[in-house]
Every structure is written in C-alpha cells, then in structure tokens.
Design a protein around this ligand. Structure first.
Ligand SMILES: Cc1cc2nc3c(=O)[nH]c(=O)nc-3n(C[C@H](O)[C@H](O)[C@H](O)COP(=O)(O)OP(=O)(O)OC[C@H]3O[C@@H](n4cnc5c(N)ncnc54)[C@H](O)[C@@H]3O)c2cc1C
Length: 522
C-alpha cells in the first residue's frame, strides 16, 4: 500500500492522506485487532417478542460492530465519494481506508458497501425526492444522522436469477405496498433498503421488476410491514445479521419507474463489487501480515520458519497473489473515481464496465484460496479458534459467492454487448502497463501477460458453440483478470525500480508469472 500511495497517487494527495492511513493502520493492527479477538464469541441476537408478547423483531449487534460504525462514520468511509476532497482520487483515498478497516471489523464493510451503493443508485436514478431524503444520511459524518442501507434482492426462488423474484407490489390510493419474502438480507438493522418487486400486472423476468426504496421503521420505531423471521446460521460472516424477511404490506416508493428494476440497481452492484474486490485484497494482506509475523517467531527443525526455503516460497506465492489482487482492485477503484468525475473516454468506460465483474471474480477466488494457504501456514494454531485465525478462512469464503458468483459473473461477461470494445481496452491497458519495461526479467512477465490476454481474446473469437463458451467462461474471465494483474505487477515493479521496495516488487512479479496467468485450456 505504501509503495502504491507513493508511486501511483499525485504526490500532494499521497502526502495529504498518509497521516490518516497511518492512524487507521495503527488502530487496525493494535486496539481493533485486540477488540476483534475479545469480541470473538459475540454474535448478533434476534429478539422476536417483548415480555408482553408484542412483536418487536429487535436485532442486537455485537460491540465490535457498534464501534465499527462509529469509526466508519468518523473516517467518512461512505462520505468520500460525495465530498470528493481529492477529486477523482477520493475513491482511492476511501478504499485505502477500507483496506485497513476491513479485516479487523468483522465484515462491517458489508453494510457500508451497500450504503455506498445505495447512494450511487439513487443519484444515478435522478429521483430528487429520494436523493434529498436519503443521500445526505448515507454519506453523513454525523453518527446521529448516519443511515445504512440494505440491498434486498435474493429470494428463495433465485439469487443469481433475480428475474424469478416473486415479491409483489400493489398500488393502493397511490401508495405502493410490497408482499413477499426476501431470503438473504444482510445488514438487517439498516434504516432503509433498496429492493426489487413486481408491480401487479407486470410481465416475468427482470424487466417486469421495479426498484423500490423503503424505510424499515416508521417515525414511532415500528417496523414497516416487515417481519424478521430468523437470522441465518452461516459458515462465516457471523457478525453480519443476515435475515430472512417477510414483507407484508411494506410501504415503499418507486425509484425509477415501474419496470427494468434489475437495470436500475446496476450502480449498486458496480459499487458493491468494487468493495468486494478491495476487501478480498485486504484479507490477503492481513493474513499475510499475521503469517509473516508467526513465521519469524516459530522455530522448527532448528530455524525460524521464515528462514526455511519452502515455507518462504509458500508465503511468497501468496504475497504475489496478494499484490496482484491489490493492484487490480485499485485499478478498478481508480477508474470508478474517474468515472464519477466524468473523466473517462469511451474506451476507459468500456474497460471499467468489463473490469468490475472480472476484478470481483478474480480477487474473490484469490482471497478464498489464499486464506486456506495462510491458515495452513500457522499449522495447528491456524485451526484453533481463539488464535483469531480461522475466521479469515470463513469470512473470505463469502467473497466469491455474494454480489454474483464466479460462474454467474463469467456468463454475464460473455453476454455483454460491449465485450469486444472492453477487450480492446483491456489489451490496451496491458500494453500500456508493459510499455516502458526495459528490465529483462520484467519483459518476460510482460510477454506472459500479453500471451495470456491474446489467448483469451482468441478463444472468445473462435469459440462459437454456446455450450463450449459457457464451459470455458470461468477460465476466460479469470485469465483476463490474471493477465491484467501480471501486467500491473510489471508496471508497479518498473515504477519502483531503484527504490528500496523495487526488489520485492520484481520478485512478486516473477512469482506471479510462474504461478500462471493463463488458465484457459483449449
Ligand atoms: C452471507 C451472505 C449474505 C448475503 N446477503 C445478501 C443480501 O444482503 N442481499 C441479497 O440480495 N442477497 C444476499 N446474499 C445472497 C447472494 O447474493 C446469493 O446467495 C448469490 O447471489 C447466489 O445466489 P443463490 O444463492 O440463489 O445461488 P444459485 O443461483 O442457486 O447458484 C448456485 C450455484 O449455481 C451456479 N450457477 C447458477 N446459474 C448458473 C449457470 N447458468 N451456469 C453455471 N453455473 C450457475 C452458481 O455460480 C452457484 O455456484 C447473501 C449471501 C450470503 C452467503
């Protein structure tokens, strides 16, 4: 992160934000990490009824989550895109903070991602009444005014295929009421949500759905026709209160017309997938930090693990994956910030659209695989709960699932109307990243990156059979992501040549090349 800040950001921005990064980094690696372990056994609790039998559906959050909200508001984790203090670099500033915050706050980034996404969705829809009501709260730095938002899409009938949604919307006397069940709603304590429902009389599929805005409680604190049926008992993200909800006459407002709800909610997904990518890179870096520390202290067969060639190589491989994931995630962030500043040309805009699912899919898989390796690097201790290590694996495993699974993102990518334009832009970005390389070692990596992207583009052009395209979609997507990661590692190592970090960056690049960018099998 430090070398990225110093070499990628305009110097005045880097200098201005480093003290805040230092402050949050110090807190994350000390008091917050201690707090997280002390809070380990706490989980959100649902109380359905009060002592007198009244339905209350109250969810009590964990102490760390309450502190995480306070910190998130203090650091403006959803405010930066609105404040734009550093113009288009504000997104980078925001996500560098997120990168530090995420691994020690028990996935409080889940509600933050949806909150950030909801603000962008309302702004993109251009609904002035909802913008005035909600956006100042979603982006507030005042804890008393701050709201989080849920994103209620998944139903038991379908998560990937939300067009199967069964929630009905009926309009009575000009007021919309929603009826149905939402099967996965994380951040169930949010003050508002964006959700999909089918206005009565509309046809099937995503086009027949509309996007609705709702507030979860009325002015008296009563739930708005919502019952919290239960909290999910999950493998990981156990601090995230993911609920099953019944909507029984929930009052809601249309966000952008009575149809095309899946299209209207796209800005949400663009933002949450960016958060997902940064959180994936962040988990990897956090786990590596811990594993490196352990390797320096743990002695086996007469030497510290860190000094033993095979253990060193194992950690170095994860380090290379982690560095690639970081650079890919932050390229996405950079483009998102410039897009919001209206700075992208048509080719860069196509690259951003393509990169969002690619980065989410690539980094999600890297985080889950890397977390598994990092648990093993602690030996038995990595499997024992009160070390605080196992949670890394459980929580990383959600990253390839929510916000679109790897397969579903890959299939969507192949169906994009602007795929060819995006591929040209992606190739151009790889060429640009590799263009100024003179070092022979880095040139080998540049060539491997170009060979991988050309192989993927060739596969796309020559594979006509629809079933074969579907079977290869995942390898295609991950090859695009990995080819770009390798090119970004080349670029980064080139920029760092001659500095104290230059050698490590060059090593990471070489390791990544050996791990392989091209996953396509002909
Ligand atoms: C902890 C957690 C929190 C969540 N929070 C929320 C939330 O707040 N709001 C929300 O709306 N949702 C939420 N979700 C739901 C999540 O987004 C969905 O689970 C996810 O999108 C997958 O949908 P599904 O569960 O219906 O799986 P399915 O769509 O049934 O998919 C099952 C498997 O089939 C694969 N698959 C599906 N279609 C195809 C195809 N055509 N070809 C090849 N493979 C295919 C998928 O990749 C997947 O591996 C949450 C999930 C989890 C685990």
């Amino acid at each position: 992160m430090r070398s990225f800040v110093r070499h990628r950001l305009p110097p005045e921005v880097g200098v201005a934000i480093e003290p805040e990064l230092d402050e949050l980094g110090t807190r994350a690696s000390g008091p917050l990490w201690d707090f997280q372990r002390a809070d380990r056994l706490n989980e959100p609790r649902l109380t359905s009824f009060d002592a007198w039998g009244n339905r209350i559906d109250h969810i009590e959050l964990t102490p760390l989550w309450r502190e995480a909200e306070r910190l998130a508001v203090h650091h403006g984790l959803t405010a930066h895109p609105q404040e734009r203090q550093y113009g288009s670099w504000s997104r980078v500033h925001q996500f560098l903070l997120v990168h530090l915050f995420h691994p020690v706050t028990d996935v409080y980034t889940c509600p933050l991602a949806m909150t950030d996404g909801a603000a962008r969705t309302l702004l993109a829809a251009g609904n002035p009444a909802l913008i005035d009501k909600a956006v100042p709260r979603l982006t507030s730095r005042d804890p008393a005014r701050f709201w989080t938002s849920g994103q209620w899409m998944t139903e038991a009938s379908g998560g990937s295929d939300v067009g199967l949604s069964r929630t009905r919307a009926e309009c009575r006397d000009g007021v919309w009421h929603l009826h149905g069940k939402k099967w996965f709603t994380s951040a169930a304590t949010s003050q508002m949500a964006l959700t999909l429902a089918r206005p009565e009389g509309n046809g099937p599929g995503g086009t027949g759905l509309a996007l609705f805005y709702l507030e979860t409680r009325d002015a008296d604190g009563q739930l708005n026709g919502i019952r919290v049926e239960r909290l999910k008992d999950k493998l990981g993200t156990r601090k995230v209160p993911t609920a099953e909800l019944t909507l029984d006459g929930t009052v809601a407002q249309l966000v952008a017309g009575t149809t095309h709800g899946t299209r209207s909610i796209e800005p949400m997904l663009r933002v949450t997938r960016t958060w997902n990518s940064v959180c994936a890179a962040s988990f990897l870096r956090h786990g590596l930090g811990l594993a490196e520390d352990y390797a320096a202290r743990r002695v086996a067969f007469g030497a510290a693990l860190a000094a033993q060639p095979l253990h060193r190589a194992t950690l170095d491989d994860v380090d290379a994956e982690s560095a690639g994931a970081f650079l890919l995630a932050f390229l996405l962030v950079e483009l998102l910030g410039r897009d919001e500043g209206g700075e992208l040309d048509a080719s860069e805009a196509a690259l951003l659209r393509l990169l969002t699912p690619i980065a989410k899919a690539t980094t999600g898989k890297q985080a889950a695989a890397g977390a598994s390796e990092l648990i093993e690097a602690f030996g038995g201790a990595g499997y024992v709960e009160d070390t605080g290590i196992p949670v890394l694996l459980r929580d990383s495993q959600v990253l390839p699932i929510w916000e679109g699974t790897t397969n579903v993102l890959s299939l969507d990518l192949l169906l994009r109307a602007d795929l060819d334009l995006g591929l040209v832009a992606l190739r151009q970005r790889i060429v640009q990243a590799c263009s100024s390389v003179t070092d022979a070692e880095l040139r080998l990596s540049a060539a491997a990156s170009l060979a991988a992207i050309d192989h993927a583009i060739g596969w796309h052009r020559t594979t006509g059979d629809p079933a074969a395209r579907q079977r290869g979609a995942r390898q295609f997507t991950l090859t695009l992501g990995r080819a770009l990661e390798l090119a970004l590692l080349v670029e980064h190592a080139g920029a760092l040549a001659g500095t104290e970090d230059g050698h490590a960056a060059r090593q990471a690049c070489r390791r990544y090349r050996r791990l392989g960018a091209d996953l396509l099998r002909d």
